[in-house]
Design a protein around this ligand. Structure first.
Ligand code: GLP
Length: 242
């Protein structure tokens, strides 16, 4: 794993935005995997600016987001789909038909997850997967536990994850759905390249376990050690465990 430490969150966001913009310039048909959360907001802001400044053409890019809450439609203001519209999709010329998202209202979530796996495979796989990390070491919504589901699946969120996502629901953790659909760790590990971003002291222990800890389902991010092309982009706080 390549580790890159930045003095400030802003420098990290700018460097990652440049990497993604350059990747699209090099390969206009790039398939991008994208995360939600507070951490990527600065990155998406930068990516919008860089895209505008450098006239990056998103028209042939495809995007696959990691996860979505069960029960929330794409029109729901609290869906991750709406998060992505607000922070990225509304500001670049990505084709609507190239935005791939798990449907939290799918009548048959198992089929929805299978169809998502197929869509990723049919397009030739994800070229560059951008990730955040939960304070409990989760990736997407692959929660720590006795086991991990390899492929895209339905998951029950841990209390900590619901609390950590409360900011997106007006601060009320009771409003955070109890379940989500998420890419699995094997889905994520199939990506050709992975960049994980982490900022702030709350992520430091999870980051340390991800980089140096044993492979364990108790820290889903530890499985990234199996991948040959992972870059962890960290600010100084996230890079400094207690
Ligand atoms: C959510 C998302 C994850 C994300 C995590 C960290 O749980 N499902 O993909 O990495 O939040 O979020 P934040 O960046 O807000 O700490």
């Amino acid at each position: 794993m390549t580790i890159a430490v930045f003095e400030h969150e802003a420098a990290l966001a700018a460097a990652l935005a440049r990497r993604v913009a350059d990747a699209i310039t090099d390969n206009p048909r790039l398939v991008l995997g994208l995360p939600t959360g507070r951490t990527p907001i600065a990155f998406y802001n930068e990516l919008r600016h860089v895209s505008q400044q450098q006239a990056v053409d998103w028209s042939r890019v495809h995007t696959f987001n990691l996860d979505e809450f069960v029960g929330l439609s794409e029109r729901d203001e609290h869906s991750y789909r709406r998060f992505m519209d607000r922070h990225l999709f509304a500001h670049v010329n990505v084709s609507r038909s190239h935005i791939h998202f798990l449907d939290g209202t799918a009548r048959d979530p198992v089929r929805e997850c299978e169809a998502y796996e197929r869509a990723i495979d049919e397009i030739g796989g994800i070229d560059l997967q951008v990730l955040g990390i939960g304070a409990n070491g989760h990736i997407g919504f692959n929660e720590p536990g006795d086991g991990l589901a390899a492929r895209t699946h339905r998951v029950t969120l841990l209390d900590q994850s619901r609390a950590d996502n409360a900011w997106w629901f007006g601060g009320d953790r009771q409003q955070v759905p109890a379940e989500a659909l998420s890419m699995g760790m094997a889905t994520i590990l199939k990506s050709r390249a992975i960049v994980l971003m982490a900022t702030g002291p709350a992520k430091a222990d999870a980051v340390a376990a991800m980089i140096d800890g044993p492979l364990t389902t108790r820290v889903p991010a530890s499985f990234l050690q199996l991948h040959p092309n992972v870059t962890a982009m960290l600010d100084e706080e996230a890079a400094s465990p207690e």
